[in-house]
Design a binder for this molecule. Sequence first.
Ligand code: ZN
Length: 250
Amino acid sequence: MKLSEMTYWQTEKYFQEHDTVILTVGCLESHGSHNVLGVDTLIPDKLVSMIEERVAVAAAPGIPYGVCEDMTGFPGTISIGEDCMYLLLTRITEGLISHGAKKILFLNGHGGNISTINRVCIELSRKGALGVILNWWIMAGQLNSAWAGGHGGGEETAAMMAVNPKLVYSGEMRGQELINDLGEKFPTMGFDRVEYKGIGIPVPRDVVKYTTNGWIGPDDPKDATENWGKEMLNEVADYIASFIRDFDMA
Ligand SMILES: [Zn+2]
């Protein structure tokens, strides 16, 4: 049930029978040359619609922007920063709690949001409520290790094929094309990290300095299929629906 499509009296009744609300948190950022900017928002939105078919839960309007300072070198990527995200989540959750919510499930699509959501969850626990972080892509990799992936790779691309295959530009797929911007002694390993004597050392910097398109592996988007995406999103939705059934009013 979308909160935006419920009346105030339906909401009042909902909170007499439930104490759980789900809120999606996404991002607008580059995910490789073959993916659209909204990957981290569109996948959680799809999951929520699948979860709503499985279990009675109120879904608050989600946040389509995220914390992605390091990606803003790519056209269209917009970061609202940790400060703005913190305020948004705090005010939204305070409102939800005032109307009867005690458990907020953050269905998250973007790694850069995790530390801010984590901070909000701790504060929720001090207000007599609870926050739960559901990072769908990490959960998918735990449900089936063959699904685990990085940024804009096979996992997210497969999920996007399940959301809407027209939004995946398979003909535009490029290699990972990592650039050793700190020199050959410190080759780029992936997000943030450079390798030195076999160990990955984080050196946070703008992603455009070390990749050409924003896909960062290990999973290759060329392996993505619509079937993979559908099976994966179905299992994640089943899992979250089951979690809500047991967690709501518990
Ligand atoms: Zn993503």
